[in-house]
Design a binder for this molecule. Structure first.
Ligand code: FE
Ligand code: FE
Ligand code: ZN
Length: 278
């Protein structure tokens, strides 16, 4: 069965997100662990997480994807910003233990002129301080568009981070269709070729989730501007080819398109219908 959902607001808690997901035809969802610009998270409401877990089991929500605040930068040149990233991620992973067995996605970071090499080693250093085998969450590195000094727009960079992390076996990857296109991988024109390359460099066993977005920009633009499904440079047909690819079709697909709830509901309905036909 297709696992599909979208990004939802976490403001009203876990149970509310679960119910909202079901109301728009979704069986998974993504949310920010805290304000996307960082800052403190609300205290954990265990009555809410317990109610959510019971509801999810009943509603067939098998997996959810938490997204770290996008200001988190593990390879800032400023040590206090790196320390904040480490603290935030460690705290997020502790909170994820109230909903065990799920996914936590983060942007590897921007090296801000320090160079890819330094960026990669600082990201691995942070992960080495945080990842512990007793955690019940799979931490995902997101494939990035390569905007500015972003690390992680080349599969080799993600591989290198995994290799340098002591508990690298706890790491996975979340593939963002807009980002890989913008990074220069022709996922719309040659999904087979891109996944073969992903498998060669990282290993398809690492791929745990897909962000399904159309892109406002052409292949290799290094921009990162998401578009609604079918209105961008990827197009609906290519997106369905990606979602029905044998290596991907069982993964959770999360929309991060510029939409309100009704727009997400329509995209979910469209993609479900097309997916079933393939
Ligand atoms: Fe992201
Ligand atoms: Fe994304
Ligand atoms: Zn993006």
């Amino acid at each position: 069965m297709l696992k599909i959902g979208c990004h939802l607001s976490a403001a009203k808690g876990y149970l509310h997100m679960g119910q909202e997901a079901v109301s728009i035809g979704a069986n998974t969802f993504q949310f920010f662990t805290r304000n996307p610009r960082g800052g403190n998270a609300k205290p954990m409401d265990t009555a809410d997480t317990e109610a959510f877990r019971a509801y999810a089991a009943e509603a067939g929500i098998d997996v959810i994807l938490a997204h770290a605040p996008y200001t988190l930068n593990a390879c800032s040149a400023d040590p206090s910003i790196r320390a904040f990233a480490a603290r935030t991620m460690a705290d997020d992973l502790e909170r994820m233990e109230y909903t065990p067995g799920n996914l936590y996605n983060f942007h590897p970071g921007s090296h801000v002129g320090q160079g890819i090499e330094t960026g990669i080693s600082q990201i691995a250093e942070m992960l080495n301080g945080i990842l512990k085998p007793e955690l019940h969450t799979t931490v995902l590195l997101e494939t990035m568009a390569g905007k500015g000094s972003e690390v992680g727009s080349r599969f080799e960079e993600l591989r290198e981070i995994i290799d340098r992390t002591e508990h690298g076996d706890l790491l996975g990857v979340c593939l963002d269709t807009c980002h890989v296109n913008d990074a220069g991988y022709d996922i719309a024109g040659d999904v087979d070729g891109v996944l073969t390359e992903f498998d060669r460099v990282i290993g398809l066993n690492r791929l745990k989730a897909v962000h399904v977005n159309d892109s406002k920009n052409p292949l290799g633009a290094h921009k990162d501007r998401h578009e609604k499904i079918g209105l961008g440079t990827l197009g609906t047909e290519a997106i369905i080819r990606i979602m029905t690819h044998p290596a991907l079709r069982e993964l959770p697909f999360l929309l991060e398109t510029p939409n309100e709830l009704d727009g997400y509901a329509a995209e979910i309905e469209l993609l479900k219908g097309l997916w079933r036909q393939k």
